[in-house]
Design a protein around this ligand. Sequence first.
Ligand SMILES: [Zn+2]
Ligand SMILES: [Zn+2]
Length: 402
Amino acid sequence: MYFRLAAIRSRPMIEQFCSLVRARRRPDTDNSRFNLSDDPIVRMTKRLQEIRRSGDDQFFYRLSQLRLAEDIERIKQGRIKIDPGDMDKVLRDTGLSRSQYDYHSKEGRKWKKLCGFNEGLLCFFPLAGNSFGITLKSYTYVKDDVEVFHELLKDDFIRSICKAGKAFGDSLAGTDIEYLWEGKHVLWDTLTEEDILLLLRPFPSVSENVYRRDDFPHWPRPTGWPDGWPWPANPTLIPVTERHCELCEEESCDCVYVKFPRRTPRIKEYPDKGRGLQAVASSPGQKAYNRGDDLIGYLTGKIVPVGTYDGKWAIRFTIPIGDEPEVCQIYCADVGNCFRLLNHCCKPLACLKQMIVSGRCITAVEAVTDIYDGTEITVSYSQGWARNRKCFCEACIPRTAN
Ligand SMILES: [Zn+2]
Ligand SMILES: [Zn+2]
């Protein structure tokens, strides 16, 4: 048991976790989410289909089994008896035999028991072919001592890595998260446990631009800042004397929260370009955004004075009033939402648009053409990014279709 414990907290398992994340970043990996339904039978069917489709993605296979076991447990708690007719339908729809169904639900219960309250632990159980020679079977020995096993796992390091694992599992069903190690060249072997935990933390995502006046006590009034507007001020907030919102006629509104899709793009790693964003439609192959009238989201980061930074994380920020003065920069190297990862294309599918929504100016991302499920959402950096490098976009380097 100690050997297995040592394996869980080892560097190769941290690397295994990173490779799970990296596998999800491949542009061609299945885009589907755990598409959930309130109907327990539909849920079970979908779980089983996920298991069947997971192919050689062992982690997804295990996670789907675990979730299946949870669903079945919930059905039993609700004292809903699975009607034999329903059961037949589940098996028919999934093409599984009764014994295959029993196998998956039993495996799911095993993973659930092994993880206990630390669901994120699932990411750190060695997958087949691991360098420790730990086989699937060897976990069944732990089964009898599962309480001791969990007792031995109670320390800050395990708790923290499990948090990262849990966040990853959850992200498969919802919004992708970035980890701080991504986009960096990390040699895990050389790091202390403390450094490892720092890198496994999620990138700080913010839903609004961050304004910290104290960071810039001598912030000069921006050139072109409208006459009569107070200064110093958060340069992205629009005084109440102006129009409050472009998306509605109200004097106060929450458009900034409700008029943007909750469905966010997926983070993918593109050849030559690095991480970028991929459109996700509500079902595979469908249109994710309509040309011209669909807002995809809005970009966030830290509000800093004009000219503070240059380089790829500094974005020009103008206000759509008068001569559209540049009033600040949005710096998204340290905080920001996924839209900071938008890649450039000389023939972009989306554009950045400065808009006034719910009393503040935001950098909206808007579709300029129909965008389908699975395509990369791109913008033109000339719109605001101070990036200057060789262009790897599809328009400049056509990828050979095969
Ligand atoms: Zn509004
Ligand atoms: Zn280009």
